[in-house]
Design a protein around this ligand. Sequence first.
Ligand code: SAH
Ligand code: SF4
Ligand code: F3S
Length: 468
Amino acid sequence: MNDLKLKENDLKKQQEWTSLLQDILYLRAGNKQPKAYVRTYGCQQNVADSEMLKGMLIEMGCALTDDNNDADIIIFNTCAVREHAEDRVFGNVGALKALKKKKPSLFIALCGCMMEQEHIADKIYKSFPYVSLVFGTHMLHRFPEMVFQAVTTGKRVVERGLDEGKIYEGIPQHRDGSFKGWLSIMYGCDNFCTYCIVPHVRGRERSRHSSTVLAEANEMVKSGFKDITLLGQNVNSYGKWLDEKTDFPDLLRSVAEIDGDFWVRFMTSHPKDASKKLIDVMAENPKICNHLHLPFQCGSNEILSRMNRRYTREKYLDIVEYAKNKIPDLSITSDVIVGFPGETYEDFKQTLSLIREVGFTSLFTFIYSPRVGTPAASFDDPVSHEEKAEWMSELLKVQEEIAAKRCAGMVGKEYRVLVEEQAREGILNARTQNNIVVELHGSADLIGTFQNAAITEARNWILRGKIV
Ligand code: SAH
Ligand code: SF4
Ligand code: F3S
């Protein structure tokens, strides 16, 4: 299953369409360089895909813009994980109607996870006639060809692929950042948690060859990246289908052994596959950040089983305890779903107790959202949304206290931080290895550099410090 790379002649064909598009898009934009606006919804996987879209657009001769009013090409890369994410897309696509009216040559395309669902692609096609191109996640590598088809025929193009389990190497890529970046090590997911749409829209799990990943990591380090996140829906099952004998801890170690001053992170870890070997590798390598994002979803074994998560609360706490003992000052973060169908207040209380027991640095919290085509969507769900929202506020209060304590415990200590951005005039946001943001006084020329910061103050979960 490993030689499924984009064949050279396929790539060449895409490059031919790309060259033809340079003139076509230039003319369409009124004899000037076309501007492209790419908006990304959802997770880092989509961010990484958008970086490829941007790479291809640049090769078509486009300049990138952050202002959709100014754009000749607008692309929304969508997320299907919850209803709220989908609603935002529908709203925002609706709002493009006025823009298209003002500028009839505007080219609008929609792609990403939402488009892999038939009922959504149909709805988009019917409701938004001014959308010229709709394509799913498996069609990304054919973007030049699809744009070419749509602009030269004037007909609307819809391409939603079957999953062929392929990996396409060699697609142009334009990274958003210059010192902090994403590196996909695998695609898709085989876990089929009963609430989750991701395996349905992203297809089967497949890993990139370790030599390809390492070559890209090397290149990133050489070009100045300081913070690299290895990406996959479940990085812990990396390598399962490869013809080389490797696993995620091996890959992580190899990345950390690349020469240079940088940090490496990874997400997401599935608790069922998080091994002691992973923790040992983290503990042994100072470049691997002491941050573990380990989604537990729910604290009740009954619900975990109905979620098809394939671990128990006890197993989760086991690996957490092992990690805390091995890695000093480890930050653990997580995802939680509140109000899974059939979850009772008793189940929910077990989520609260797990949160207290682990002491997470931060949590991504979601109220369960039914997804068409997933098993949980047909489970009985007697608890009202209002009640679930109350549970959620209770959870957030508990977590706030924990996070505040965690931050307060950092005051008076010194941490190495990576300066990421200017928060406001004279104030910088920096991040510790364990993924906590620290506000510092300093000038913008420090962005992208490592500094040592003494933590002087903790306000709830925000830290302030000074460069030493
Ligand atoms: N592969 C990652 C998560 C991908 S989706 C993992 O297994 O951890 C990111 C998060 O969205 C999930 O961890 C889950 O907490 C949440 N999520 C996914 N489907 C959801 C749904 N139907 N309703 C509410 N939250 C959901
Ligand atoms: Fe979804 Fe579960 Fe796969 Fe994560 S592991 S993407 S939650 S099915
Ligand atoms: Fe959303 Fe697709 Fe990611 S559904 S969470 S963008 S994999």
